[in-house]
Design a protein around this ligand. Structure first.
Ligand code: BG6
Length: 498
């Protein structure tokens, strides 16, 4: 008998900005990720400085913006969904493009063509018995909120966003049962451009030197403002999220709505109490995003942390009630790697998109240096159960790799099968431990544009897409070895992992 529940939601995950393309088609407006351009196969583009933004606008016609092309899901969604159905998907995680519905973000009423596009996608999924799992905001912000405001730091974004989110519930509640409010809400404090459309040096009158590494030392005044601004933006997102969760509970009781955070599992470097305390502190910080969304309040520990780190934000009257009334129904998370912390953070280096860690000699790493650790997933799932006692949906996990289509028109991705096998096994073990896991949707089930590198050459899919970083290629789809393997996994409800 399978360790996985009978109705386990096997599937895969994507986001609108990384797959849709159709940049300005049918009236779509531009969002903040449409301004991030490709800089090289291993150069991360998650941060935006003043000069970058000015350049993106001035050189719009010549820079390479892969998110504007995506993988052309906008035109090929039927073919793509048929491939997912062939693998036996029960669930497909996707997001909605805010600017396809509200092109500038300021409209009172949505664009009917955009509204109809998502109805068509949901109809196609249901045709094959696939449940959509919809992220309302997966790194989406209409560009006007960057140009006229300060991204999510400005409270003015909240009412426009809440109007958009309530519209989604009203319009699609009969087709979409599972919802997530903000993708990886913790990203707004780690990578403020990506998570909140915040231009890091917007108010600085000094030029940040070329070659500046965002994970290095920030000038003190800037670090303080960055900390305040990104936590203010986070507070605004918590409020918007809680408002829509409450609205969904009142108007769409058949739906379930969850948070979504990037889970880090952290080990102390040594048994020294100083290292252990830092690991504890970082873990509490990581969990705090769920605390607010699942318990409905800022934990006291976090308020002390704000004091200790001189983080000052505006709280607004009545925010406690809003948070208390908007508690999510389940926890969802992305998980890719574990890391190590020490009492001397200066020794840690960046691995992954934003995590600073030391190299763990017991773990293998991906092509991109991400430390592969299924056991940490099992441990964290147990910890989340103890802390929240809510169902858990693992909505991202996977292995990014450089890949090329072979002459036999496939990719022999045994390394991906190995990675997924070990993680699925760890989830099975966590279920045996008593964790209520609802589903598993590995990231980038069809190759898509990488978020950090804004490139096609970092691939996660079961399906290969013939497109390169410059947009060359046929965009045709090809099944990789992992496609057939995952099909067997789903058919056996997680038992046949060979
Ligand atoms: C998650 C994001 O952080 O990681 C996705 O939610 C992203 O949007 C994924 O694509 C993998 O990151 P990357 O940089 O390898 O694409």
């Amino acid at each position: 008998m399978s360790r996985f529940p009978e109705n386990f939601l096997w599937g895969g995950a994507t986001s609108a900005a990384q797959i849709e393309g159709g940049r300005c088609e049918d009236g779509r407006g531009l969002g903040h990720l449409d301004y991030v351009w490709y800089r090289g196969p291993k150069i991360p583009c998650n941060f935006m400085l003043k000069r970058d933004f000015e350049r993106a606008k001035a050189e719009e016609a010549t820079l390479n913006f892969p998110n504007r092309r995506g993988i052309d899901f906008y035109h090929r969604y039927k073919e793509d969904i048929a491939l997912l159905a062939e693998m036996g998907f029960k669930s497909f995680r996707m997001s909605i493009s805010w600017t396809r519905l509200f092109p500038t973000g300021l409209e009172e009423k949505p664009d009917p063509k955009g509204v109809e596009f998502y109805h068509s996608v949901f109809r196609e999924l249901h045709k094959y018995g696939i449940e959509p799992l919809v992220t309302m905001i997966h790194y989406e912000l209409p560009i006007i909120f960057v140009e006229k405001y300060d991204g999510w730091v400005s409270p003015e974004v909240i009412p426009h966003c809440v109007r958009y989110l309530k519209f989604l519930i009203d319009e699609y509640k009969d087709e979409v049962k599972y919802w997530l409010t903000f993708n990886e809400i913790n990203m707004v404090t780690a990578v403020p451009w990506l998570g909140g459309g915040i231009i890091l040096d917007r108010y600085d009158d000094f030029e940040i030197p070329r070659g500046f590494r965002p994970f290095g030392q920030l000038p003190e005044a800037m670090a303080k403002r960055w900390n305040n601004a990104s936590h203010q933006a986070l507070h605004h997102q918590f409020i918007a999220s809680a408002m829509v969760v409450k609205y969904a509970h009142e108007t769409a009781p058949n739906c379930m709505i969850g948070n979504m955070f990037n889970l880090h599992h952290l080990y102390p470097e040594t048994p020294s109490p100083a290292d252990a305390y830092r690991a504890h502190e970082e873990t509490e910080y990581n969990m705090f995003f769920c605390d607010v969304m699942a318990k409905g309040y800022y934990p006291k520990w976090m308020l002390s942390y704000y004091k200790k780190h001189n983080i000052e934000i505006k709280w607004y009257d009545g925010y406690e009630k809003i948070l208390a009334e908007g508690k999510v129904d389940f926890i969802s998370l992305s998980y890719y790697l574990s890391s190590i912390v020490t009492a001397d953070p200066a020794r840690q280096e960046r691995i992954g998109n934003f995590i600073r860690t030391l190299h763990n000699p017991y773990l293998e790493t991906s092509d991109f240096g991400w430390q592969i650790d299924p056991t940490a997933l099992r441990i964290s799932l147990n910890e989340l159960r103890d802390r929240f006692n809510l169902p858990i949906y693992i909505v991202e996990n996977g292995l990014g790799a450089f890949e090329q289509l072979g002459e036999d028109k496939t990719v022999h991705d045994s390394y991906r099968i190995d990675y997924l096998r070990k993680h699925i096994n760890a989830i099975g073990e966590a279920i045996e431990d008593g964790v209520d896991v609802m589903g598993y949707t590995p990231w980038g089930c069809i190759d898509l544009v990488s978020c950090s590198l804004v490139s096609m050459s970092k691939r996660y899919g079961f399906v290969y897409v013939d497109a390169d970083d410059e947009g060359n290629g046929t965009y045709d789809r090809y099944r990789k070895d992992s496609f057939y393997w995952y099909k067997k996994v789903i058919a056996s409800n997680g038992e046949d992992l060979d």
